[in-house]
Design a protein around this ligand. Structure first.
Ligand code: ATP
Length: 352
């Protein structure tokens, strides 16, 4: 494969900030990305993902902090001098140009020779598996094929960094899964560095080497998918990673990171994620799939509704103190019935 990402050791965001009027869209974001990494910027709508990517690309000036490629400061350079590849949600292809012309556009602008363009476009077409489609116009392609053209156009110039902003969000569910695998394959084949914006935790978990979780313009946690999924550092990270249940309680006993938490008239064994002493008020966080109906379940609640999920059911219930619970169950529980739910001790986390 002739496409190789250009060389650098690390990309560094140093206290990057961006204000819109009085509003802090990005707040002192610091991050070091190593060459070859696949980084997902993950977080809820409005958390600053696109703003980060646009500052990196040079499409939006930062209002504070700096961006460095090794020792070189690049946040004062215009986008074309940074030379990063960009892939957007809406593809942004030229409708009147063939696939071949679209992919070769960046090389033409760089005055690369015709023979070299032909060779590199052919390599890029092979990389994204679009052989035979080179003479079509974008309008004659499917959504997935158009997205492949956009990726080929971004990587053909052999950029040091490829930036992707929700590139799969316009595709249907099946195509999204296919393209997800393709994006990971292309990243690995090129040996490049990719920064990928998404609000979809599953996409981030499956694609990234490391996930950067943003909220309100600040970095809340940086870690491997395993770390974020199993060991979220804060309650808001846990919530975003699918810990939908929050149950208030009080730390009764502590043995290292293992704690017993008193909840209503019962106790629950769980794992401490923040430093809490016995007597402290706490919140239990647990995923619906780790809250199982059981005769010895500590959480007693009244079922309010259930939804069929195919393989099992999602149940909704309310405890006497008003706490709402979501749980999974093999059987549909009748509305109004009492359930006893047991949080799995190893996968129930305790936060302040
Ligand atoms: P989404 O997933 O919805 O695209 P995001 O995480 O990408 O969200 P950003 O687009 O980075 O979020 O926006 C971060 C914040 O900055 C938001 O509150 C947004 O309203 C604000 N913002 C973004 N662009 C502008 C702008 N040009 N002028 C004013 N405010 C802006």
């Amino acid at each position: 494969m002739a496409i190789h990402a250009a060389d650098f050791r690390e990309l560094r965001l140093d206290r990057l900030s961006r204000q819109f009027g009085a509003m802090n869209a990005l707040n002192d974001v610091s991050l070091t990305v190593r060459r070859g990494e696949f980084i997902a910027l993950l977080g809820p709508s409005g958390c600053g993902k696109s703003t980060t990517l646009n500052c990196l690309a040079g499409l939006l000036p930062a209002t504070g902090g700096g961006i460095f490629l090794d020792d070189r400061r690049i946040d004062n350079l215009p986008p074309e001098q940074r030379g990063f590849g960009m892939v957007f949600q809406n593809y942004a292809l030229f409708p009147h140009m063939s696939v071949r012309k679209n992919i070769g556009f960046g090389l033409t602008m760089r005055r690369v020779s015709k023979a070299e363009i032909a060779r590199r476009v052919a390599d890029a077409v092979a990389l994204v598996r679009l052989q035979g489609q080179e003479d079509k116009l974008p309008g004659q392609l499917s959504g997935g094929q158009q997205q492949r053209v956009a990726i080929a156009r971004a990587v053909v110039v052999e950029p040091p960094l490829v930036l992707m902003d929700e590139p799969l969000s316009n595709l249907d569910a099946k195509l999204r899964l296919e393209m997800r695998a393709e994006i990971r394959r292309i990243h690995t084949t090129m040996g490049g560095t990719t920064i990928y914006v998404t609000h979809d935790q599953e996409e981030a978990l499956s694609l990234a080497d490391r996930i950067v979780l943003l909220r309100d313009g600040s970095v809340r946690q940086v870690g491997t998918p395993d770390e974020l999924y199993n060991r979220p550092a804060h309650l808001d990270v846990a919530e975003f990673m699918g810990f939908r249940n929050r149950v208030p309680g009080r730390v009764a006993q502590r043995d290292g990171d293992q704690v017993i938490v008193a909840v209503e008239n019962a106790t629950v064994v769980a794992q401490l994620r923040e430093d809490l002493a016995p007597g402290a008020e706490a919140v239990l966080a647990v995923r619906p799939e780790d809250l199982v109906a059981s005769d010895d379940g500590a959480l007693v609640a009244t079922v309010t509704s259930t939804e069929f999920r195919g393989r099992d059911h999602t149940g909704f219930a309310r405890m006497a103190d008003g706490t709402e619970l979501v749980f999974h169950s093999e059987h549909s529980a009748p509305r109004g019935s009492i359930v006893r739910l047991r949080p799995a001790p190893e996968r129930t986390l305790v936060f302040a």
